[in-house]
Ligand binder design. Structure first.
Ligand code: ZN
Length: 347
């Protein structure tokens, strides 16, 4: 089969690899129908994720058809259409029993990380019963691809941790795929106002189209903090969602959160930040961080099937899987290319 293989920082190739085989009775082999590229894959390509070694097939998102199921797999058989969760879970360890699948003692984020991933024609999925989800045939395939990682991450780490309530004022910093997915899923809770902050007018225009009530370009309008305070009558926001992962954007959250409010961090931080405890403690601020568990995947699947959630709105580009080198090129110049998520189809 063909697969996208990592060969050390800055080096990758679309090349011939042996087709994966069942290694354990709980495995399934899935023929990939659609996959995508994550910001994390770009970090891997830069060499920021040293556990990923030369020869690894990348990718942790996608949908497919079960090609072969191991003897102990009870829920899936050959021919079933499935969503591949970015988090692999055995379903039986101490953490899985608490619903903390990303901390699974035998799984977690392993796909395209410590084992071969989904940017290939076939992928081996360990613990298939608890790491795959059945999806209906034919409808809205792009939407389901977005449920492998982007939507559970934004919903769990941003919206649920932020405890958005009806009527709340919400600010989301960062209008990339994760920030926009937080915007779409925050609407489950009917906030009265959703303020989107980014430095890119194209992305802010998308945010407006999919339901942001206000947008702030923090580059053009000077201080994003002043602008948000002005928009909220100097009160601030009930929930500030950080979807970038930089000290500057984290500090904006600390400045704009109203008394009693929540700062929900989704962004991946590579450096430390100033924690303004002198303000936060007396303002009753709750600060949360976490990894995605994918425990909300079944709920998000139902929301897509019922038509109340449209994750496919974040898909801007389609490529053939065999054209993945070009897809990486487009995705790594996302702002110039006006790209959000790219979908790769194994035609
Ligand atoms: Zn586990």
């Amino acid at each position: 089969m063909k697969a996208l293989v990592y060969h050390g920082p800055g080096k990758k190739a679309w090349e011939e690899r042996p087709r994966p085989r069942i290694q354990d009775d709980k495995d399934a082999i899935v023929k990939v129908l659609k996959t995508t590229i994550c910001g994390t894959d770009l970090h891997i390509m830069k060499g920021d994720v040293p556990e990923v070694t030369d020869g690894r097939v990348l990718g942790h998102e996608g949908i497919g058809i079960v090609e072969e199921a191991g003897k102990s797999v009870a829920s899936f058989k050959r021919g079933d259409r499935v969503l591949i969760a970015c988090i692999t879970s055995d379903g039986s360890c101490e953490y899985c029993k608490k619903g903390m699948y990303s901390h699974c003692l035998h799984g977690g984020w392993i796909l395209g990380h410590t084992i071969d991933g989904t940017q290939a024609e076939y992928v081996r999925i360990p613990y298939a019963d608890t790491s795959l989800y059945a999806i209906p045939e034919g409808i809205n395939e792009d939407a389901f691809v977005m449920l492998s990682d982007v939507f559970p991450t934004a919903f769990e780490c941003g919206v649920l941790n932020g405890q958005i309530k009806p009527g709340d004022t919400v600010a989301i910093i960062g209008a990339g795929p994760i920030g926009l997915a937080a915007l779409l899923t925050s609407k489950f809770y009917s906030p009265s106002r959703i303020i989107m902050i980014d430095v890119d007018d194209g992305r802010l225009a998308v945010a407006k189209e999919i339901g942001a009530t206000d947008t702030v370009n923090s580059r053009i309008n000077g201080s994003a903090v002043e602008k948000v305070m002005e928009l909220t009558g100097e009160r601030g926001v009930d929930v500030a969602i950080e979807a970038v992962g930089s000290p500057v954007t984290f500090e904006i959250c600390e400045e704009i959160v109203a008394p009693g409010g929540h700062i929900a961090n989704i962004g991946v931080f590579g450096q430390s930040v100033d924690l303004h405890m002198e303000k936060l403690w007396s303002h009753n601020i709750t600060l949360t961080t976490r990894l995605v568990y994918t425990v909300t995947t079944p709920m998000l699947l139902k929301s897509v099937e019922s038509g109340s959630l449209h994750p496919e709105r974040l898909v801007t580009h389609h490529f053939a899987l065999s054209d993945i080198m070009n897809a990486y090129e487009t995705f790594s110049h996302a702002r110039e290319e006006k790209a959000l998520k790219v979908v790769l189809e194994n035609r």
